[in-house]
Design a binder for this molecule. Structure first.
Ligand SMILES: Cc1cc2nc3c(=O)[nH]c(=O)nc-3n(C[C@H](O)[C@H](O)[C@H](O)COP(=O)(O)OP(=O)(O)OC[C@H]3O[C@@H](n4cnc5c(N)ncnc54)[C@H](O)[C@@H]3O)c2cc1C
Length: 587
């Protein structure tokens, strides 16, 4: 592997081209020289597969307002979300939808031509009284429409793209973040991106679970790179298990199906959610529905010969409605479950879907770190989207709040980073810039060990699925810890069969696996330390929420070998409900 490194200089460098990265980029490039690097071509980022919608209290079909939206977000998060960020996001939501519409996003419409809205899990009117139609959508392909729109806008705005570039190391000089070392997948070349400000928008990490709804690239690279650079991962133990993944495959069946009237049935044909959430039933928040489904299966009430799944029935809304509002789901069920949902129910199981935490930031997306017991801003470092924790989702994200999070905090980080770049010069690269990334790359490229990707990845995902899943206990998670420590040593004795430098995906898999082992270990340590149940983190041995001891964020760091679990205060104070100053709007 060559060690010649090509150099680039940008005011703002965005890592990741999903909804968060592209919105940050299109905003930043209106003001300063901006580039995006992305492991995949931008429109292949996971945002493309978002289905159900994006939340905003527009009140187009029935009364709604952002206070109710914020209430749902805080309650849905099981009170672990930072309320300044939640207020900011919910207040900004209607304005963001209009901004997206003006960029050309083709939302579905009502008969009068207004943006259409549908109900979604946990979205209610009048502080929990009844479900409300709050999710704006483009059929069941909302993310697809959003990503294309934002990509077009970024290109039009002059953003420079480095597609199929894989970030290897986040570079710091002193306290400041100053750049990123990346590998060009097309030819194996190394590139140093020196930047005044870096925005991480690297997405999620649910590929660490055996059954998951995520794209192959969702391996938590951004978190691993940030942790190796000394930053923390907030609420690492907090994952969302989406109730309706296709049985055996894991692919997502949007909550929009239940929003349109779909219901869950157990093997006896009973609508069991009436028992667990009598008011909002099948549209209860995801953590509640997933646990209820799992409980039905464990109690022997599952469907099918092995009684190991649940049925999602939608045929009663009619062929026309299914083909108009849920065409993607119709196709997906045919391909992955072999079921025509116009006639038959879809077999489903909970699937690992979303990481609720991320790299900790303030409510504008500036990364924060602990220094002398105090939270301080990291110069030149911002994060948005699923890899970030601002933290609007706390211990459980509401459906359609992620796409909203991407655009709201994509915009603030784009603005903040551009402003930062205008006000500050370049901080020099340190002398050894990139040496860690190069060493890591060489280690895997030249390794001649016994182990390869397949068996190690299988071991990783199986242990996470079984031991750090929907139901967790000390005993199960201690087994996961043991397995992960073993994996940490197995990956030291590894070989990459492909020795070429052209699209060496064998090598990329090794680097990703290395990141996933760190990410899984951090998640497990966080989960072991949180001796309570909250949101998606449910412990059979501590079934209650314990606000006295655990109304705080987990803050995990790693020195490369050991994992350290610490805590940070939850920002329980809203921004100021009365005199809202949208400070983020610097332009
Ligand atoms: C199937 C599915 C359906 C969903 N539906 C909805 C929905 O209807 N509504 C909703 O609100 N949310 C939904 N979500 C959640 C939401 O779509 C995601 O949380 C969100 O799209 C993540 O966006 P992002 O911009 O943070 O990252 P992503 O879109 O995941 O993009 C990550 C980017 O980071 C880049 N990257 C990663 N690692 C590296 C590296 N090492 N080097 C360079 N680049 C790197 C990738 O190339 C990619 O461009 C859904 C999620 C899934 C999986």
């Amino acid at each position: 592997m060559s060690i010649k490194i090509e150099n680039h200089k940008y005011d703002v460098l965005v890592v990741g081209a999903g909804g968060a990265g592209l919105n940050a980029a299109q905003v930043a490039s209106q003001h300063v020289k901006t580039a995006v690097i992305s492991e995949v071509y931008p429109t292949r980022s996971h945002t493309i597969s978002a289905q159900g919608g994006i939340a905003a209290a527009l009140g187009n079909l029935e009364p709604d307002n952002w206070h109710w939206h914020m209430f749902d977000t805080v309650k849905g998060s099981d009170y672990l979300c930072d309320q300044d960020s939640a207020e900011y996001m919910c207040r900004m939501a209607p304005e963001m939808i209009i901004a997206l519409e003006h960029l050309g996003l083709p939302f579905n419409r009502t008969a009068e031509g207004k943006i259409a809205q549908r109900p979604f899990g946990g979205h209610t009117a009048e502080y929990g009284k009844r479900p409300v139609k709050r999710a704006c959508y483009v059929a069941d392909r909302t993310g697809h429409a959003m990503l294309q729109t934002l990509y077009e806008k970024s290109v039009a705005q002059g953003t420079e793209f480095y597609s199929e570039f894989y970030a290897l190391e986040l570079i710091k000089n002193g306290d400041a973040v100053v750049g990123v070392l990346a590998l060009d997948l097309q030819n194996g070349g190394l590139h140093m991106f020196h930047a005044k400000a870096v925005i991480f928008a690297t997405g999620g990490n649910c590929r660490i679970y055996e059954t998951n709804s995520n794209a192959h690239i969702n391996t938590g690279d951004g978190l691993a790179l940030a942790m190796r650079a000394g930053f923390s991962w907030c609420d690492a133990e907090s994952f969302q298990f989406h109730p309706t993944g296709v049985y055996t495959a894991g692919n997502l069946i949007t909550e929009g199906v239940r929003g349109e009237g779909g219901i869950l049935l157990n093997g006896k044909g009973e609508r069991f959610m009436e028992k667990y959430a009598p008011t909002i039933k099948d549209l209860a928040p995801r953590d509640i529905v997933s646990r209820s489904m799992q409980k039905e299966i464990l109690d022997g009430n599952g469907a099918g010969p092995d009684k190991d799944h649940i049925l999602l029935k939608i045929d009663h809304i009619g062929k026309e409605a299914i083909l108009e509002k849920l065409p993607g789901i119709h196709e997906l069920s045919l391909v992955f479950a072999g079921v025509d949902c116009i006639k038959d129910p879809i077999p489903v199981v909970p699937t690992a879907h979303y990481q609720n935490g991320g790299i900790p930031t303030n409510y504008l997306g500036q990364v924060v770190t602990m220094k002398g017991g105090k939270e301080v801003d990291v110069p030149g470092f911002f994060a948005a989207g699923e890899c970030a924790a601002n933290s609007v989702h706390g211990a459980n994200r509401l459906g359609t709040n992620s796409l909203l999070d991407l655009v709201v905090f994509g915009r603030t980080t784009g603005e903040q980073a551009a402003q930062y770049a205008k006000e500050n010069g370049f901080t020099e690269l340190p002398e050894n810039a990139g040496s860690e990334g190069v060493a890591l790359l060489n280690k895997f490229a030249n390794g001649t060990g016994k182990n390869t990707f397949g068996p190690l990845y299988t071991k990783l995902t199986k242990t996470m699925q079984k031991n750090v899943g929907v139901f967790r206990t000390e005993e199960l998670m201690t087994t996961a810890r043991k397995d992960l420590i073993e994996l940490e040593s197995l990956i030291e004795d590894y070989t990459v069969a492909d020795k070429s430098s052209v699209y060496n995906l064998d090598l990329v898999e090794a680097l990703e696996l290395n990141n996933m082992i760190l990410v899984a270990r951090a998640a497990t340590e966080g989960a072991l330390a949180r001796k309570e149940s909250r949101g998606g983190h449910y412990r059979d041995d501590y079934p209650d929420r314990d606000d006295k001891n655990f109304l705080k964020h987990t803050d995990i760091t790693s020195n490369g070998k050991d994992i350290k679990v610490d805590y940070r205060a939850v920002r329980l104070k809203p921004l100021t409900v009365e005199s809202f100053e949208p400070k983020a709007r610097v332009y």
